[in-house]
Design a protein around this ligand. Structure first.
Ligand code: IPE
Ligand code: IPE
Ligand code: MG
Length: 229
């Protein structure tokens, strides 16, 4: 396939509705969703996609019931344990964006360990957005700039260096599942020129075949970046 995007970002939405339709607890939906992500990541790697960013937990998701949050955090911790164990054999690079404050110490330690173990890996980079909010990211970036030097001239390049995504190219393609037509505070700076794709499929049902359909759609887009042709 030609015109493969270098960086695909996913808003993995619809886990709760997927579970509800099966009369299962919401956390069963999150578990199925995490399996769907692992399949998509493996497939993206075979296609030669360089970055996959996955919206895993937003700064607004703290407003959910305690047992749902605990379920998501425990799935995340299991994933980190497993990825740490497999890091020697696997060629994936892992990066985490979002606010560390609010996450448990044990999750923070495991994130740092996994990032360190995989930093020199050469194939796909998986970026997990955990406790991530785009507005929060921009506010943190500006605060850090001011902390370093209150008189700095603020430019786009400088601000980008202080975002969590520093060093990661902007997403070419954003996919959101579950039929919602919004970005929910996901990468507002970085998605400025990305192509958007929305599907009614619920995230746990999103397969590699659905990904192919989305990628074919992407290949037909004309990205102009403000130019005439
Ligand atoms: C997305 O699925 C996963 C997270 C936000 C953690 P949801 O849990 O939002 O699923 P719906 O939107 O309720 O179906
Ligand atoms: C966005 O989904 C966040 C993640 C997928 C992690 P939400 O379900 O939280 O978004 P809203 O509330 O429908 O906008
Ligand atoms: Mg949702």
């Amino acid at each position: 396939m030609k015109d493969i995007p270098k960086h695909v970002a996913f808003i993995m939405d619809g886990n709760g509705r997927w579970a509800k339709a099966r009369k299962l607890p919401r956390n069963a939906g999150h578990k199925a969703g995490s399996e769907a992500l692992q399949n998509i990541v493996e497939y993206a790697n075979t296609l030669g996609i360089e970055y996959v960013t996955a919206y895993t937990f937003s700064t607004e998701n703290w407003n959910r019931p305690k047992e749902e949050i605990e379920g998501i955090m425990s799935l995340l911790e299991n994933y980190l344990d497993d990825a740490i164990k497999k890091s020697k054999r696997r060629d994936l690079r892992v990066k985490v964006i979002g606010k560390k404050e609010g996450l448990s110490n044990s999750i923070i330690t495991k994130i740092e360990k996994l990032e360190k173990l995989t930093k020199d890996k050469k194939s796909l980079c998986v970026v997990f957005a955990i406790n991530y909010g785009g507005r929060d990211e921009i506010v943190r970036a500006i605060s850090k700039i001011i902390e370093e030097d209150i008189n700095t001239e603020i430019t786009e390049d400088l601000l980008e260096q202080f975002l969590d995504t520093n060093g990661i190219p902007d997403p070419d393609f954003l996919i959101r599942t579950s039929g919602e037509l919004r970005t929910s505070n996901f990468l507002p700076w970085q998605l400025a020129y990305s192509e958007f794709y929305f599907t009614d499929k619920l995230w746990p049902d999103f397969t590699t075949a659905d990904f192919d359909i989305a990628l074919l759609d992407y290949a037909k887009r004309k990205r102009r970046f403000g130019k005439t042709v």
